[in-house]
Design a protein around this ligand. Structure first.
Ligand code: SF4
Ligand code: SF4
Length: 318
């Protein structure tokens, strides 16, 4: 084997025509006539030629010719850095432990190792872009996992709200209007200009906790009526139970919207029920703040529902 380390240019004629500009390279001439040209980086040769070949040298030009495929490589040497030849003695052969074919067989037997529900349809399917080792089909998209819904409640805790619920004396921000003079001159002019980004943000900060739910625990309630007193919209009533139509009329503020169900909780010590009209509740949290026993609690929740696959979950908060 000859090893030549040299600065050289290389031209190739054969299945293609290539030219490699000057550079420092390792050129390996093997005893069977094969040849490889390597750069300092990368494992792939820049040029190679299978043997047998004929090699001729004329001054600083090395010409390698492969008659079987009529390929020629011309190396023009500019500077020799190393030029050595060795007689190598090597009778060992590469021992393999596991072949690609064995991996195919194993995967064909257990395709679920790649993905649950995978079915092997074909081995070595020919395609325009080459053979596919294992041609498989996944789960039927109509065969969805059974509905799975997970509800995770988060207790908000008195004075530990997720939002700033300090009492704010801010007046409502006025929506900007067009100048009176312009509005009077043009009857088609849009008078209400709407909030700009900053004002809209400030106004939204006044928002109540409409995504936080009121949750009542009858076993904690001592029926002190403190929540009834503080509720700004009179939507909590403690009263004897009864038929819904009649019960609606007995509430502190009669519940007239029949499309909105009432929140009714029994199990109170006096035998009465707690009735809350969800239609008017502001979710202000005053009842939970006032309740001395924590019977009213504000909770928000995360709903996880099954979708097309078990890997994807949608999260929704209300
Ligand atoms: S959250 Fe506010 S509006 Fe709703 S029941 Fe409680 S005090 Fe009344
Ligand atoms: S403030 Fe609390 S303990 Fe008192 S009546 Fe309301 S829920 Fe019951």
């Amino acid at each position: 084997m000859r090893i030549l380390v040299a600065r050289c240019e290389i031209a190739y004629h054969g299945r293609a025509v290539t030219r490699l500009g000057a550079g420092d390279r390792l050129i390996v001439f093997k005893d069977d006539g094969s040849l490889c040209v390597h750069a300092d980086r990368g494992f792939k040769p820049l040029n190679y030629m299978a043997g047998p070949t004929s090699v001729s040298e004329d001054g600083d030009v090395i010409r390698v010719y492969r008659p079987a495929s009529d390929e020629t490589l011309v190396i023009v040497v500019q500077q020799v850095l190393e030029d050595s030849s060795f007689n190598l003695d090597d009778d060992a052969s590469l021992e393999r432990d596991g072949a690609e074919r064995q991996m195919h067989v194993l995967l064909e037997r257990a395709p679920e190792a790649i993905e649950a529900g995978l079915i092997v349809l074909e081995r070595e399917r020919a395609t325009d872009t080459g053979p596919i080792d294992l041609f498989c089909r996944g789960e039927d998209v109509k065969d969805r996992p059974s509905p799975e819904t997970v509800l995770i409640s988060q207790k908000m805790g008195i004075h530990e709200w997720s939002y700033d619920n300090d009492v704010s004396l801010d007046l409502r921000f006025k929506v900007p209007h067009a100048e009176d003079e312009q509005a009077l001159r043009d009857i088609t002019l849009e008078v209400e200009l709407g909030y700009d980004r900053e004002m809209a943000f400030k106004e939204a900060e006044r928002c109540l906790n409409c995504d936080v739910q009121t949750v009542f625990s009858a076993s904690l309630c001592i029926e002190c009526d403190a929540c009834v007193d503080i509720c700004p919209v009179d939507c909590i009533t403690f009263t004897p139970d009864g038929e819904e139509a009649e019960l609606r009329t007995r509430l502190k503020a009669p519940a007239q919207n029949l499309t909105q169900e009432l929140y009714v909780q029994d199990g109170l010590k006096t035998g009465r029920v707690m009735v809350k009209d969800e239609d008017v509740c502001l979710h202000c949290g005053m009842c939970a703040e006032r309740c001395p026993t924590g019977a009213w609690d504000m909770q928000k929740f995360l709903l996880e529902a099954a979708n097309a696959t078990t890997k994807v979950h949608a999260c929704a908060a209300e």
